[in-house]
Design a protein around this ligand. Structure first.
Ligand SMILES: C[C@H](O)[C@H](O)CC(=O)C(=O)O
Ligand SMILES: [Mg+2]
Length: 397
């Protein structure tokens, strides 16, 4: 019997979008996600109140579209905006056009090694991730299968979520398995800030009761000493994990923190880490208990498969950061990804809205903290781009 030959890739295009979505920090005034959250920039008082003040949302969303010869279009969204659009159009597109969408391994390899002299992490890998995810979306659409089928199929019937946001008490009522709070005060705010952090956690613990998971997202803001003291002080309040406590470059600091935290408390990190080589450092140096790659930043699904296999061999869980449908289609296929993150993008956050709202149409949302595998049963990643939002194509090739 002859094998099926898929149409070749005709064209790659990159666009930018503003207003939430994949660049989820790009929100309006009064959103919980920009309310005096501890950051590495908080040592400068003028950048303490708002992350937008130091430019957390300067990039905006990158949209990558890949069109096959038969007119089928795969797409993906990630963070990266105009500079990532330049990289996609002027550099990466050449490794796809005229090729078969089945050749994602070779395409990834060529995108990574051709940009290695100015890439390896950050923006360039965001751009590579966007292309890779658009390629998987195209492959699913051409084969008329959801991406999770292409990744090996579901290992459970539904996804279970914890929620990230300022209201774990509301998350509990909504049926989530836990709530991850943003840490509000960093070392520069001294003992008073430390005390307020602990008071906020204690207040939330009194609202959610003894058994609901509570975690802290520290967004790279601390040092090992502060993070250790915080973890010890939070132990009696049942803090389940301390996340991204210090700089992602400080692997030695993470290894020390993991040794220092009270027994039973987990150390998590990795949302700003990229590729199998970055995660190998976290795993081999015993930096953490859970790795949290962002699927749109770590290298895409092609690279996440390698990262996840490495973590599995080290006996570690992979719970992707955010990532919406790109996480859902992956997590459902892996035993060492037993639950997923849901970033609460409602300003309150008191309601469940789609994580990449308003950029995707058909983006599933947790009901009672769960999404059924069957909700992912549509070709590709199962979503369409909301064409009502103004798109800008800053470069062409
Ligand atoms: C809440 C955190 O500061 C950040 O905005 C999101 C994040 O790191 C996470 O969801 O994890
Ligand atoms: Mg985080």
């Amino acid at each position: 019997m002859p094998i099926v030959t898929l149409p070749k890739i005709k064209h790659v295009r990159a666009f930018t979008l503003r207003g939430g979505g994949a660049d989820y920090h790009d929100q309006g005034e009064g959103h919980w996600i920009d309310d005096h959250i501890a950051t590495p920039m908080a040592r400068y008082p003028e950048y303490r109140r708002s992350r937008q003040s130091f430019g957390i949302n300067v990039l905006g969303t990158l949209v990558v579209e890949i069109e096959a010869e038969d007119g089928t279009i795969g797409f993906a969204v990630t963070t990266g905006g105009e500079p990532a659009a330049f990289i996609v159009e002027k550099h990466l597109a050449r490794f796809l056009e005229g090729r078969s969408p089945t050749d994602y391994e070779k395409i990834w390899d060529q995108m990574y090694f051709s940009t290695q002299y100015y890439g390896r992490k950050g923006l360039v890998v965001n751009a590579i991730s966007g292309v890779d995810l658009a390629l998987w979306d195209l492959l699913g659409k051409l084969r008329q299968e959801p991406v999770y089928h292409l990744l090996g199929g579901a290992v459970r019937d539904e996804l279970h979520f914890y929620a990230t946001g300022a209201r774990p008490d509301v998350a509990k009522e909504l049926g989530f398995i836990g709530g991850k709070l943003p840490l509000h005060h960093g070392p520069a705010e001294g003992p008073e800030g430390f005390r307020r952090n602990i008071e906020e956690l204690a207040e939330m613990r009194s609202r959610v009761g003894p058994d609901f998971w509570l975690m802290w997202d520290c967004w790279m803001a601390l040092d090992v000493d502060y993070a250790t003291r915080l973890a010890i002080a939070a132990h009696d309040l049942g803090l389940k994990w301390i996340e991204e406590a210090i700089s992602p470059d400080d692997y030695w600091g993470y290894a020390a923190l993991k040794r220092n935290v009270p027994k039973g408390m987990l150390v998590t990190t990795g949302e700003h880490e990229a590729t199998r080589w970055g995660f190998r450092m976290l795993l081999e140096m015993e930096c953490c208990d859970i790795i949290q790659p962002d699927v749109g930043w770590c290298g895409g699904v092609t690279e996440l498969l390698k990262i996840s296999a490495l973590a599995d061999a080290h006996g570690k869980m992979v719970v992707p950061h955010g990532s919406s449908v790109y996480s859902y289609h992956f997590v459902i296929t892996r035993h060492n990804s037993p639950f997923a993150e849901f970033l609460m993008m409602h300003p309150g956050p008191t309601e469940v809205v789609p994580m990449f709202h308003p950029q995707l149409i058909g983006e599933p949302v947790p009901e009672k903290g769960r999404i059924k595998a069957s909700a992912l049963d549509a070709p590709g990643f199962g979503v369409e781009l909301n064409r009502d939002i103004a798109m800008h194509r800053p470069y062409t090739h």
